[in-house]
Design a protein around this ligand. Structure first.
Ligand code: HEC
Ligand code: HEC
Length: 351
């Protein structure tokens, strides 16, 4: 009797264990094949911006004639941007190093790729890249357009680690994509050119226009005295070397002549000329790894470099007189748009 009881018990335990472990396997499989949750009617990605932004867009928009933003195109781009299946071991997506809550940037000085390896340079914010007129992407501008850039991290050995052939095979194997490509491009055909186009549409839709700075420009708010003085310094301080000549309002970027780079013995930048691009300074106040190598930990550190006790050598064109520091900081803080950090249409659809 006792024996039967023990056998029954072992049987019960074994079955329960198998059931549990089977369930676990199932749930892991489910996570791996997570399904994106999208609204029946796509979000609106075609925004009419306030006049001060719309005017700048007209002059600087790097959207090519064959890849205007559509709501279905950007919706597909959003899924691809957040899909970890676009990496070798399904562990990272574009969104891992370009996190919405941090202005589509990373907080780490160097980001971790699919296998944990560090990136060569510090990650870049993707805000307002549509306004970089030349369209050249990366700190050293090695990608000629937003579309060309989009396939680079996927093939990068540290970042996502796939070949384009592997990318196409993986995306084709996921059952939610044909319908999304059909809506975006009118066909269920899937290839790397269309993948890049959709990602670029999504990225170009990520535009900030709801900061205090924008409210002031629309007459809906006023700067404090410190903010107003900071703006004047930004626009005029040091004459031809004013901040605004290189970081031109309203998006605080300028693709014409990136003339400057933080001295770096390990990195020669654009055409080996010790120059680097600077993207939009919108939301930069919250960044903790500034410049191409992330070596500057805050705006305060940047502006006071070279001052007695700072422990840093002055950064050409970036260190200002002590009385100006607080005003510039106050102004740069008005460029932060918190709306974009949580808006659903820019968030991961994989819940
Ligand atoms: C492992 C981290 C990581 C992943 C994953 C990643 N990126 Fe990046 N991204 C970076 C780093 C680091 C840079 C700067 C590299 C450089 O300039 O050499 C960068 C730069 C960029 C830039 C240039 C922005 C500018 O203003 O010039 C764009 C655009 C971009 N990434 C988009 C993407 C897209 C799209 C994906 C997914 C297909 C992606 N990234 C995946 C880390 C990452
Ligand atoms: C001569 C052009 C030029 C001037 C003038 C200039 N900058 Fe810059 N700035 C750049 C470039 C180029 C970079 C990126 C350099 C690098 O990474 O090595 C940069 C980087 C920055 C960064 C870090 C951006 C990031 O994404 O990490 C901030 C913030 C900044 N500048 C603010 C200012 C302020 C404030 C002023 C005025 C006091 C100023 N800049 C003056 C060209 C300029």
């Amino acid at each position: 009797m006792k024996k039967i009881k023990i056998i029954a018990c072992i049987f019960f335990v074994t079955v329960t264990f198998q059931y549990c472990s089977k369930n676990e396997t199932n749930s892991t499989a489910e996570t791996a094949a997570a399904i994106p949750v999208l609204p029946a009617i796509p979000f609106n990605y075609i925004t009419t911006y306030p006049a001060h932004i719309q005017n700048a867009l007209q002059l600087n928009d790097n959207t090519p004639a064959d890849n205007a933003i559509t709501n279905d195109g950007a919706a597909l781009g959003r899924v691809l941007f957040y899909d970890k299946q676009l990496s070798k071991n399904n562990k990272v997506s574009c969104g891992s190093c370009h996190q919405q809550q941090f202005g589509f940037d990373d907080t780490a000085r160097l980001s971790k790729g699919f296998d944990g390896g560090p990136t060569d340079r510090t990650s870049m914010s993707l805000l307002n890249l549509r306004f970089y007129k030349s369209g050249k992407m990366f700190w050293d501008e090695r990608a000629a357009s937003v579309e060309k850039q989009a396939l680079q991290p996927i093939q990068n050995k540290v970042e996502m680690g796939l070949t384009l052939a592997e990318l196409e095979t993986k995306v084709k194997a996921l059952n939610y994509y044909p319908a999304l490509f059909q809506k975006a491009f009118g066909s269920t055909q899937i290839d790397s050119v269309l993948i890049a186009k959709a990602i670029a549409q999504f990225e170009r839709s990520i535009v900030t226009y709801q900061s205090k700075y924008d409210k002031v420009k629309q007459g809906l708010a006023v700067f404090t005295t410190a903010e107003a003085q900071g703006e004047q310094l930004f626009l005029t301080a040091a004459g031809p070397n004013a901040c605004a000549t290189c970081h031109t309002p309203p998006m605080f970027l300028n693709s014409q002549t990136p003339p400057f780079g933080l001295a770096d013995a390990n990195d020669a930048g654009i055409n080996n000329q010790n120059r680097f691009k600077s993207g939009s300074l919108r939301n930069v106040a919250n960044s903790k790894s500034l410049f191409h190598n992330g070596s500057v930990v805050s705006l305060q550190a940047m502006l006071t470099a070279g001052a007695p006790g700072s422990g840093l050598t002055p950064i050409p064109a970036h260190s200002v007189a002590p009385p100006d520091v607080q005003n510039l900081l106050a102004f740069l803080n008005t460029l932060t748009d918190n709306t974009i950090l949580t808006e659903e249409k820019f968030a991961s659809p994989f819940k």
